[in-house]
Design a binder for this molecule. Structure first.
Ligand code: DX5
Ligand code: ZN
Length: 220
């Protein structure tokens, strides 16, 4: 079976111990650091901004997977690139000029991802799939960690996997929200390549082991 990418969400880390938590991720089976940026406008919550990301970046040895839950993301692409982003994912719902913003991300040297809210059907990406590296399917409503996984996500993943296959493309499918060892394997079987997990990892007694458990559950 393929190697599933595990991307723990730093949103659930202890912000007073970011260096400790970053080092834990460096020494774990995590593949990426998932960075949730929320602006209080696109989503009803504010997470953290550039100075915090700069502090995180100093302690990370793995790719930064930056998920922008903000309006007008085009204003900040180059800044996030400078702060170490390797993947920048913007929301379909926040981008009237999605094609242009995707090009901007690629021109900055990052891989480009597009995120879909739970209510947004995957077929809106039909004509833009050729231009992107990753689709992030939200399996909760964006804005908060620790929410319940929306079961319909499985159908969306299967549909999207088929769309990608039919076009002969190589695009990663990432799932974000409510991921645990209970649904990880089924998500991979439906077609997911990357799984974000926040509270399941950081609220556990042994986050390093929980990351390994997630990895193992995808391969079992
Ligand atoms: C939600 C964020 C997620 C969140 C996931 O808006 O995009 O990345 O941190 O948290 P859990 O895994 O707790 O659902
Ligand atoms: Zn996220």
């Amino acid at each position: 079976m393929k190697n599933t990418i595990i991307a723990p969400s730093v949103l659930a880390a202890d912000f007073a111990n970011l260096q400790r938590d970053a080092e834990m991720l460096n020494n774990s089976a995590a593949d990426w650091f998932h960075i949730d940026i929320m602006d209080g406008v696109f989503v009803p919550n504010i997470s953290f901004g550039m100075p915090v990301l700069q502090a995180i970046q100093r302690h990370t040895q793995k790719p930064l997977d930056v998920h922008l839950m903000i309006v007008q993301p085009e204003r900040y692409i180059e800044t996030f690139r400078r702060l170490g982003a390797e993947i920048i994912t913007i929301h379909y719902e926040a981008c009237p000029h999605l094609h242009r913003t995707i090009q901007q991300i690629k021109d900055s040297g990052c891989k480009a991802g597009v995120a879909l809210n739970p209510h947004t059907p995957v077929n809106v990406l039909e004509d833009i799939l050729h231009d992107i590296d990753l689709v992030l399917i939200m399996s909760v409503n964006p804005g908060f960690g620790g929410q319940k996984f929306i079961e319909y996500t499985f159908e969306k993943v299967k549909k999207l996997r088929k769309m990608i296959q039919d076009k002969g493309l190589t695009i990663l499918i990432e799932i974000d929200g409510g991921v645990t060892t209970d649904n990880a394997r089924a998500l991979v079987e439906a077609g997911a390549d990357a799984l974000v997990a926040g509270s399941f990892v950081f609220n556990s007694e042994n986050p390093t082991q929980t990351i390994q458990d997630l990895k193992n559950s995808c391969e079992a």
